[in-house]
Design a protein. Structure first.
Length: 110
């Protein structure tokens, strides 16, 4: 059973400063964001039918994924930044010959 306590605070720009104290299993946190960003999130929530919390959760998930991807790309770029080894050159050439052979066979089917 949930217990809801709501307190309303007036804000000069008309932003709903109400907050709800809810007993839940999800982590609750408080963050400070600029009023304009809050208004944008509030408008998006109203248009999308999502709660502000859902919007923030999705935004953070996307941010974390972008950071993870960026770190992976940075690592790959560091790995491949150096000159190719002899083995890598031979493997690349072997792959090119195999692709050329496959392509020739495919063209023969047309």
């Amino acid at each position: 059973m949930k217990r809801w306590d709501v307190e309303t605070i007036e804000h000069p720009d008309g932003i709903d400063m109400s907050y709800t104290i809810e007993h839940t299993t999800d982590m609750k946190t408080a963050i400070s964001i600029p009023d304009e960003l809050f208004k944008s999130v509030d408008e998006l929530a109203a248009k999308s039918g999502w709660s502000r919390s859902q919007i923030f959760v999705e935004a953070v998930k996307e941010y974390i994924e972008r950071r993870r991807t960026r770190r992976m790309l940075d690592t790959l770029n560091r790995v491949y930044a150096g000159p190719e080894t002899k083995d890598e050159i031979e493997l690349r050439e072997l792959g090119k010959r195999g692709y050329a052979k496959w392509l020739k066979a495919e063209r023969g089917r047309w």
